[in-house]
Design a protein around this ligand. Structure first.
Ligand code: IPD
Length: 265
């Protein structure tokens, strides 16, 4: 109900702000790689770990019965039915290099539905948020997708995984797509890409191989801003494929990506 949504939004905004302050103000000058995951370039920094700890400690304090799923390993079922889905730094490679496009992404789900999404990008100075059924905002302004342009004038965002074989195929898909559109952007944060669709700064976005923490908040923000989101035609968005864009562009992009095999490696 609306009271629960309002409480979850307040908690998500506070957690994202605290983590964002820690990450922006506490970034060590000599920040290095603490660990690697799927490949040698899939990195975790000490700050990813510190940010996830701050966020999960905060939830434990103010919503102790909720479950948590976090990129750096937080995983608990909880008893309230609410599950938090957390990316403590989406765009870790940007953060490592001191590039501005990284964000803290926090979503709250209940009964398989995302109720609240917050994507806080401290260096950009922007916070995106959405509540199911209540629209999307960037700061205090309503976020709205750009109306669909003709396909060949679309500015499309995408991203690449960290494993070489997957990337080789992703490059192949992009090779076919690039000559058919205005241009392609690779910003380095899936959460921000989805918010950029919501704010009309990209026409559409797609990527294969995301995890729930990359897209949970951004998916709701994009949908509440008027985007359609999904996976392969007729399927919901998932790790297999994530596509987001306004009606009129979403469908042909989804169909083309399906033809190009963007959903497999
Ligand atoms: C990554 C970013 C990137 C996307 C990768 C993600 P991380 O998340 O969202 O844009 O292309 O697929 O893994 O590792 O920085 O949290």
């Amino acid at each position: 109900d609306d009271r629960l949504k309002a409480e979850l939004l307040a908690v998500a905004l506070e957690a994202a702000t605290r983590a964002g302050d820690l990450l922006r103000d506490g970034r060590p000058a000599d920040l290095g790689v603490a660990a690697t995951k799927s490949s040698a370039v899939d990195v975790v920094t000490e700050m990813d770990i510190a940010s996830e700890k701050l966020i999960t400690d905060f939830f434990a304090e103010c919503r102790p019965d909720d479950g948590v799923l976090g990129e750096e390993g937080a995983s608990s079922a909880g008893t309230s039915g609410v599950q938090w889905v957390v990316d403590p730094i989406d765009g870790t490679v940007n953060y490592l290099y001191g590039r501005p496009d990284w964000a803290v992404s926090i979503a709250a789900r209940k009964d398989g539905e995302t109720l609240v999404g917050v994507v806080h990008a401290p260096v950009r100075g922007e916070t995106f948020r959405a509540v199911l059924g209540q629209g999307a905002y960037v700061g205090d302004r309503t976020a709205r997708v750009r109306p669909a342009p003709p396909f060949e004038q679309a500015l499309i965002g995408t991203g690449f995984g960290y494993v070489a074989e997957r990337r080789a195929h992703q490059a192949e898909v992009a090779r076919h797509l690039l000559p058919r559109v205005r241009d392609i952007r690779r910003a380095g944060s899936a959460a921000i890409d989805l918010c950029d669709v919501a704010a009309g700064r990209l026409d559409a976005y797609y990527e294969r191989g995301l995890n729930p923490w990359d897209f949970a908040a951004g998916d709701l923000i994009a949908r509440e801003a008027g985007a359609l989101t999904g996976g392969r035609p007729g399927e919901p968005l998932s790790g297999e494929l994530t596509v987001a864009g306004p009606p009129g562009l979403f469908e042909p992009l989804q169909a083309l990506l399906d033809d190009l095999g963007a959903w497999h490696d």
